[in-house]
Design a binder for this molecule. Structure first.
Ligand code: ZN
Length: 284
């Protein structure tokens, strides 16, 4: 059984013609509701201190007071409210995975480009890292592996965990592509940049190597930044994975047999729901 943590309020904001749209989550929601092995649950509300613990007060205050609605990563007076709800979904998913199997924080805005003091790439707060830090602080979790399978490098996540031996960060991403980072390994961060046009068989070889590295790290929890923008028809990137490849990817990750929470990052095609259904049918 997969517990999907979902709050429909994440559909309530929208920048016209922006790729990070409510439709993405709507499509994934309707596809996952059709799966027999999925159950939906509401997020709990957590104090803002967990976001502050990761980003610092300056970042939070700036996010709450800035106004830049026409930026690629737009900020309005409501942005913090929605970003905080995404954090609540991720912490709820992290908490729940300790006792209830795989969980999925199905929400927006995404988070893996948000660094300690930076917003970018449609991201404001690093949902996954805030939830991981919550597990370390509140649940005495010692080691957490982060696998980032969004097509973009999670530069914000790397910024937040670099050199912290409680974490192993492993990312497969397209290069060249935004944000242009993640070309080589850096301390506890393993980066596997792959060329545009990468297909499933090669992708799965690289993923298997990273999964072996994660296994050797002996984490207590696995946190996955999941992006469906590795799909061949995604408008923002150029990997060549098909729908079935998501199922295979999930099967490989599931072989780790760890308490796992998944956090939604990117995925912008009109088949994002089909990608998600293929993926999560490989987990259940
Ligand atoms: Zn992405």
């Amino acid at each position: 059984m997969i517990h999907v943590v979902y709050d429909s309020k994440c559909l309530d904001y929208n920048t016209p013609n922006h790729p990070e749209s409510p439709l993405r989550v709507k499509l994934i929601t309707s596809s996952l509701r059709a799966l027999p092995s999925v159950t939906f649950t509401n997020p709990a509300s957590y104090p803002g201190k967990y976001a502050t613990a990761v980003h610092g007060k300056l970042h939070i205050n700036k996010l709450r007071s800035s106004y830049n609605p026409f930026s690629e990563t737009p900020i309005t007076p409501h942005t913090y409210k929605y970003a905080k709800k995404a954090v609540d979904c991720a912490i709820t998913a992290a908490n729940l995975c300790l006792t209830s199997g795989a969980t999925f924080s199905l929400t927006r805005p995404p988070g893996h480009h948000a660094g300690k003091n930076s917003i970018s790439g449609f991201c404001y707060l690093n949902n996954l890292v805030i939830a991981a830090n919550y597990l370390i602080e509140e649940k005495d979790t010692k080691r957490i592996a982060i696998l980032d399978i969004d097509v973009h490098h999670g530069n914000g996540t790397q910024d937040l965990v670099l050199g912290n031996q409680r974490y192993l960060y492993a990312s497969i991403h397209q290069h060249p592509l935004y944000p242009g980072t993640g070309i080589t390994d850096n301390q506890n961060c393993l980066n596997r940049p792959l060329s545009p046009g990468t297909r499933g068989p090669h992708y799965q070889v690289i993923l298997s190597e990273l999964i072996a590295r994660i296994k050797a790290f002996k984490p207590e929890v696995l946190a996955v930044s999941i992006g469906f923008d590795t799909f061949s028809q995604d408008p923002l990137a150029n990997f060549n994975l098909d729908i079935q490849d998501f199922h295979i990817t999930a099967t490989l990750i599931n072989s780790l047999d760890l308490p796992t929470y998944y956090v939604l990052e990117g995925g912008y095609s009109n088949k994002v729901g089909d990608c998600a259904a293929s993926f999560f049918s490989g987990i259940a």
